[in-house]
Design a binder for this molecule. Structure first.
Ligand SMILES: [Ca+2]
Ligand SMILES: [Ca+2]
Length: 312
């Protein structure tokens, strides 16, 4: 409950800057008042632990690649329990837009990237605004001239896809989100360790896959074909569909399927493309193996790619 109050408090603080007192109404009918001075130390960008759910990946050995090579990461790190959702990305866009860090240009959210060994510093596309493609069940963020909204596919209601993973975000847009909150994108090694630890398994839970454990093409979930709510495969029955609890050895969800995930790694030493991991809703099960690699140019913006973040 304290964590929930703190999150709500952060949201209120941003709109009640410099006012003396705020009241939070709880769902049980009671309310609590805070002096702003009690909570003024809590600001966006400084409390990722309260804004997102995290799993600890401890230092140690892990299996890497199709040959299950034993490697070691010698530091602990935190990885998001779930893929970044549409609502979380909209929250970021609203804050970044208000701060002047991003703007709208040619149907894209555009912002500044600091540059690297392959891509010079400058302005890049962060997100391809638009509407969902007919026939597929995922949402897409658009700009209505005043704010960012989550466009749902036909047959759904506003809000239905708030907790689905964001798609159409570019590597630059994923990097910018991480920067905004003081986080970073995982390397593909950090990603794979978080996905299957030192098990050598094909998937986060074992060597075999079925539709109760992950979202892939025609996997039988209620959104075929499209995204599923993040963390859905936790043993729950959702809309009559029974899932099997399928976390990674460290408790991370959707490390196989739902959306491909950007990493901070280059495809090869000479490549200017970034590595993608996880496989997604539009692909076959072999793409979902923990060691499967994909890649894309960092400005790629498509319906099957999202991301999650890490911090040390
Ligand atoms: Ca599916
Ligand atoms: Ca995924």
């Amino acid at each position: 409950m304290l964590k929930i109050i703190l999150i709500i408090a952060v949201l209120f603080v941003s709109s009640l800057l410099y006012s003396g007192e705020m009241t939070i109404h709880l769902t049980n009918g009671t309310s609590e008042s805070f002096e702003i001075s009690d909570i003024e130390m809590i600001t966006f960008g400084e409390t990722p632990d309260t804004l997102f759910e995290w799993c600890t990946v401890p230092a140690g050995e892990y299996t890497y690649g199709w040959g299950d090579t034993i490697k070691t990461i010698d530091y602990d790190y935190q990885i998001m329990k779930n893929e970044v959702t549409n609502q979380q990305y909209v929250d970021y866009l609203e804050e970044a837009y208000a701060a002047g860090d991003i703007w709208i240009e040619g149907g894209y959210v555009v912002g500044y990237y600091e540059g690297d060994e392959h891509w010079s510093a400058g302005n890049y596309d962060f997100y391809d605004l638009g509407t969902p493609i007919s026939g597929y069940n995922y949402a897409r963020i658009s700009w209505d001239g005043d704010s960012f909204i989550i466009n749902v596919p036909s047959g759904y209601n506003p809000g239905d896809f708030d907790d689905h993973p964001v798609v159409y975000v570019t590597w630059f847009g994923s990097w910018a989100f991480a920067e905004h909150y003081g986080l970073r994108l995982p390397t593909e090694h950090e990603w794979e360790k978080a996905a299957r630890g030192n098990t050598g398994w094909n998937y986060p839970w074992g060597d075999n896959i079925d539709g109760s454990r992950a979202n892939y093409l025609w996997s039988g979930d209620p959104w075929d074909n499209g995204t599923t709510p993040v963390g859905m495969y936790n043993g729950q029955n959702i809309q009559g569909f029974q899932t099997t609890d399928s976390p990674s050895p460290y408790g991370v969800y959707d490390m196989a399927g739902n959306v491909w995930e950007w990493t901070d790694s280059w495809w090869s030493s000479s490549s200017s493309t970034r590595v993608l991991r996880s496989g997604g809703w539009s692909g076959a099960p072999p793409n979902l193996r923990s060691w499967s690699r994909g890649h894309g140019y960092p400005a790629t913006s498509i319906d099957g790619i999202g991301f999650r973040c890490v911090f040390d």
